[in-house]
Design a protein around this ligand. Structure first.
Ligand SMILES: Cc1cc2nc3c(=O)[nH]c(=O)nc-3n(C[C@H](O)[C@H](O)[C@H](O)COP(=O)(O)OP(=O)(O)OC[C@H]3O[C@@H](n4cnc5c(N)ncnc54)[C@H](O)[C@@H]3O)c2cc1C
Length: 430
């Protein structure tokens, strides 16, 4: 029977980083991913793939949250916007990710884009925000400007040029360094012996297989919950965050969001004080139609104007609330505090749009949705500061371990946590 040093379950930003770092340290790694390698096409046809491989799932309260089922996880869908791991979230649990974040900055091409790639619409919004008295700046991105193209703006439908960093970059590097990658392989159970994790049971096309290793890292996002509950860790998935976001838009003469580079400008100035950020980004026309319909069928009359709209998003640090159930259904209410933060953000957006020339009667706000399922296996609740569960040699490493809502782009933080865990495990495995 083949034995690995480490089995990593899930190939998103957290899992691919752990796998890559450990192979760089000479470890024998097996990376198991339930999805396949479905490539996104960078156009509207991709929406069909998104609905199939990144379920826009609805909570019992009928709020939508996105989950991944694909090699590279949710990183395939990002706008490429980079936010450094926030101290406000990690200081309370005694974790400093600054060294790991700095290392990741170099490897992921984190930088501001030049004005020609930021584009005319975003520059106009930046100027309007300044005129309205808000502290806006260019955002950092994990996008290689050498490969990025002007007036594309399709990052969230799949980057056609490979300019945007995704977890597949690190996953493929792990494989080149000797890791074994098994796609279409869903892990259901952890094998334990004398209170220690020694492997996993996974199913692939209906066939169950046991894989053995000295340590197991669960990086399956919300998928961690079912696996941990099967292992007796019932508190996993009780309360979670998704960084509720709300899109709002208006019609400004001469500009629109259709080809604007998403989230390449914006503001983090309200983050620490109000728990919210405001960034220009708007859904694709087909997502817009769905989200518009959810605000009431009569509002679909606005749809033909989609190509005239300029849109922005407020994203908040939401309350930990609801639950992921063992059958993967979930509850996730928008709490009163969440709603207050969203309303405040929508108010800021309205001021910026108005300053940029939008008429009041063109203003629309869509329903809140969640794109960052996280904090299901929180540090100090489900894992300790080394990300180990109470089952020895069983770790979690991805956005599920966040101690509270990030309310910011997630990827840079998940990568930093992956680097930190790999360093710790390297010491333990020696
Ligand atoms: C539209 C959109 C735009 C976004 N834009 C940005 C952005 O600009 N910047 C940013 O930083 N973040 C962005 N995010 C958020 C970010 O993409 C995710 O929060 C982050 O990638 C999550 O990484 P993760 O490693 O925690 O988990 P995931 O990406 O969820 O990875 C989990 C992996 O585990 C696999 N898996 C699950 N269960 C099992 C199982 N039982 N067995 C085996 N495999 C399993 C899944 O298929 C998946 O590949 C965006 C998200 C969305 C939806």
């Amino acid at each position: 029977m083949k034995e690995y040093d480490v089995i990593v379950v899930g190939s998103g930003a957290g899992g691919s980083t752990v796998a890559r770092e450990l192979t760089r340290k000479g470890k024998k790694v097996l990376l198991l991913e339930r999805g396949g390698r479905v490539n996104m096409m960078g156009n509207t046809l991709t929406m069909a793939l998104i609905l199939k491989y990144f379920g826009l799932t609805r909570s019992v309260e009928k709020n939508t949250v996105v989950f991944a089922d694909n090699y590279g996880g949710l990183s395939n869908l990002t706008a490429g916007c980079a936010a450094c791991p926030p101290k406000i979230v990690f200081d309370p649990v005694g974790i400093d990710l600054s060294e790991e974040a700095e290392e990741a900055r170099q490897e992921m091409h984190v930088q501001q884009l030049p004005d020609n790639l930021v584009g005319k619409s975003n520059i106009r919004l930046l100027e309007a925000a300044h005129d309205a008295g808000f502290a806006w700046d260019k955002m950092e991105n994990f996008i290689d400007p050498e490969k990025c193209i002007e007036d594309c703006g399709q990052c969230m439908l799949g980057c056609r040029t490979g300019a945007k960093w995704t977890a597949r970059v690190f996953g493929d590097e792990a494989v080149a360094n000797g890791a074994e990658l098994k796609l279409h392989t869903r892990v259901n159970e952890v094998i334990t012996e004398n209170g220690k994790a020694v492997g996993v049971i996974a199913s692939r096309f209906g066939k169950k297989t046991r894989y053995h290793a000295r340590s197991v890292v669960l990086s399956a996002g919300t998928g961690n919950v079912g696996i941990l509950r099967n292992a007796g860790i019932k508190e996993a998935g009780q309360g979670f965050c998704c960084d509720w976001l709300q899109f709002a838009g208006g019609i400004i003469p001469d500009i629109n969001s259709v080809k604007a580079n998403p989230m390449s400008v914006g503001t983090l100035a309200h983050y620490e004080s109000d728990g919210l950020v405001v960034l220009p980004v708007f859904p694709n026309w087909s997502q817009f139609a769905v989200l518009l319909g959810m605000t009431g069928m009569k509002n679909l009359a606005v749809f033909p104007d989609f190509w005239k709209y300029t849109g922005l998003m407020v994203k908040i640090r939401d309350d930990s609330a609801g639950e992921i159930y063992s059958d993967t259904s979930f509850s996730k209410p928008v709490t009163k505090t969440d709603q207050k933060k969203l309303d405040k953000g929508v108010g800021i957006i309205k001021k910026v749009l108005k300053r940029a020339g939008a008429a009041d009667d063109s203003f629309i706000a869509l329903k809140p949705s969640g794109a960052h399922p996280s904090a299901t296996c929180r540090i100090n609740d489900v894992v300790d500061q080394n990300l180990e569960t109470r089952i020895s040699n069983l770790y979690c490493c991805d956005s599920s371990v966040f101690p509270s809502s990030l309310g910011l782009p997630v990827v840079w933080t998940a990568v930093s946590l992956g680097k930190r865990l790999a360093n710790y495990m390297d010491g333990r495995l020696r």
